[in-house]
Design a protein around this ligand. Structure first.
Ligand SMILES: *[C@@H]1O[C@H](CO)[C@@H](O)[C@H](O)[C@H]1NC(C)=O
Length: 259
């Protein structure tokens, strides 16, 4: 299993140079690149309460041409999760999961009965209170429902390793579309390769849409990643179809989430 992941990554690295060349062409076509404002270097996902003003809202979708899809709509599913802090070390624990179809219709939206004592509900961001978990299904119940929905799907998400890792699930790397890792987005925002751009920043820059204004809501986040993906679907899928891989690698310690 691990070998397979490594093999995929080797393949990816081998392909990086030619992808960058291809993408440069793609982005010259789709508009000018914005300048990032004094970007602070951070290797983790920083919070973006105040995302920068929009500099760039043209996406490949603005062509509005009728395009042939590489995969049918029902092949895709978009996911997001909400976390609370649990245990003595206040580690993130998934408290709510949302999964939507290609059109943004909710397929699953459920809380999870905590497996450890919640030490911080992050109520101001999650809206969650202890009472909300009274009738929540068990972790294993949600885990198997999520696994059933993910089966044979291409999963769209943001930092998918957090979703998969938090639920103790794995997914084939080739069937993931992770907006946090998509290189054209990073290139457009001139992000250093180690940076992970906050989802709210991507949405503000690329789609001129403010998200997270009222907190961290997984339904809003799942639809946001879905829209980001759909805005570049043709480009994204065609790169993969050509045998290259348009995304950076997830953090190395998260390789076990992908098969
Ligand atoms: C971004 O959205 C706002 C409204 O939310 C609108 O006033 C503004 O013109 C939009 N900017 C661009 C560049 O489309």
């Amino acid at each position: 299993m691990f070998l397979t992941t490594e093999m995929i990554y080797c393949f990816i690295i081998l392909n990086l140079t030619c992808i960058f060349k291809a993408l440069e062409g793609v982005f010259r076509k789709f508009g000018k690149m914005p300048r990032t404002q004094g970007s602070s270097s951070c290797s983790s996902i920083s919070s973006a309460r105040n995302p920068p003003k929009t500099l760039f809202v043209r996406t490949p979708l603005s062509n509005n041409r009728r395009q042939t899809k590489v995969f049918p709509a029902q092949k895709y599913i978009a996911v997001s999760a909400q976390t609370v802090c649990a245990g003595p070390k206040r580690e993130p624990m998934i408290s709510r999961v949302t999964m939507v179809d290609y059109r943004g219709n909710v397929l699953l939206d459920t809380l999870i009965n905590p497996t450890q004592a919640i030490t911080n509900y992050r109520t101001e961001l999650t809206g969650l209170l202890p009472v909300h978990f009274n009738n929540a299904p068990s972790f294993h119940e949600v885990q198997s429902r999520v696994a059933a929905l993910l089966k044979d799907k291409i999963v769209i998400g943001y930092a998918l390793w957090q979703f998969l890792g938090g639920l103790g699930l794995t997914h084939p790397a080739i069937d993931t579309r992770d907006a946090a890792l998509f290189m054209p987005f990073r290139k457009t925002l001139q992000s250093r390769s180690s940076n992970i751009i906050p989802l709210a920043t991507l949405m503000q820059y690329l789609m001129n849409r403010s998200i997270g204004v009222h907190g961290d809501y997984p339904d809003e986040q799942a639809r946001a990643t879905l829209d980001l993906f759909r805005s570049c679907e043709q480009v994204w899928e065609n790169i993969i179809k050509s045998g290259a891989w348009p995304c950076c690698l997830p953090p190395s310690e998260c390789g076990h989430c992908f098969t």
